[in-house]
Design a protein around this ligand. Structure first.
Ligand SMILES: [Zn+2]
Length: 273
């Protein structure tokens, strides 16, 4: 599943092909993804200039003067930039046609989304899908103090509090496991038992982990966006994620896996207390 770093790398990949350009049209090859495509999307966008390509959590926000196109990649979606006229394949459900190229969305499982938020409906941050989101982990609002303050009454395990996304977005299963490892915090620790000093380590670890993943993705950006390249998400080296039974890279103890709220959590019982 695309996580925040993949979405950010995607944003950086498509941005130079979109910003400042005028939409020639859209092609829809299905009635919708997770939700139906907006009615009259082609008429809404044709002839309109793309002003911005932003991101909020895992939502890409393509900004126009009259509203915002909200794109979510779901479980299996990805975007590529291709020459206009490139024949579509089975799971290519949506094209945004811009200046002789298309931004093509492929989504085999159709859990993704393409939605329209009109300017007259207010700020896009107030959209139903966006307004409950926590702060951006790489933004200025994210801090150890925020984590500390917002967890004083939360006894749930820290891993699940991170995954909930209402304090900070984008710390999905991989990055929660990795960040907790780097901070030396056991994923089962009740969030309200963690003090400010340990949250300082955790906030730094979250920022570092996500920034490193984005940088890694950036270095593979060319393949990632290539017309004929495999759009698969970039491979990374993890400390604990998906390494059950393998030796911890720091102490050599076998990495352990547990289930927390249906999701696997990976940690080192020796390095994380
Ligand atoms: Zn260890």
């Amino acid at each position: 599943m695309p996580e925040l770093p993949e979405v950010e790398v995607t944003r950086r990949g498509v941005a130079p092909h979109l910003e400042g350009r005028v939409v020639a049209g859209v092609t829809l090859r299905h009635s919708g993804l997770r939700w139906p495509f907006p009615q009259g999307l082609g008429e809404l966008l044709r002839g309109q200039r793309i002003r911005t390509t932003g991101r909020r959590g895992k939502y890409l926000l393509i900004g126009f003067d009259h509203g915002t196109l909200i794109v979510h990649l779901g479980m299996s979606g990805h975007l590529r930039i291709l020459p206009a006229g490139t024949p579509a394949e089975k799971h290519d459900h949506f094209d945004l046609i811009v200046d002789g190229q298309v931004m093509r969305m492929t989504d085999p499982r159709r859990f993704g989304a393409v939605l329209w938020h009109a300017k007259e409906d207010g700020l896009v941050d107030e959209h139903l899908l966006l307004r409950g989101l926590g702060v951006e982990p790489l933004g200025e609002a994210f801090s150890a103090g925020l984590l500390y303050r917002m967890t004083r009454r939360r006894s749930a395990p820290i891993k699940q509090v991170l995954l909930a996304g209402d304090i900070v977005v984008g710390v999905g299963n991989i990055y929660a496991s990795e960040s907790l490892f780097k901070a030396g915090i056991n994923p089962r620790t009740p969030a309200h038992r963690i003090g400010l000093a340990r949250y300082e380590k955790l906030a730094a670890a979250i920022r570092e982990t996500l920034a490193a993943a984005i940088e890694k993705g950036g270095s593979t950006l060319r393949d990632f966006m290539a017309a004929d390249g495999q759009p698969g998400y970039f491979q990374q080296t993890y400390f604990v994620y998906d390494r059950t039974g393998e030796p911890c890279r720091i102490c050599g103890a076998p990495v352990r896996a547990i289930k927390q709220g249906q999701r696997s959590t990976f940690y080192c019982p020796n390095c994380q207390k």
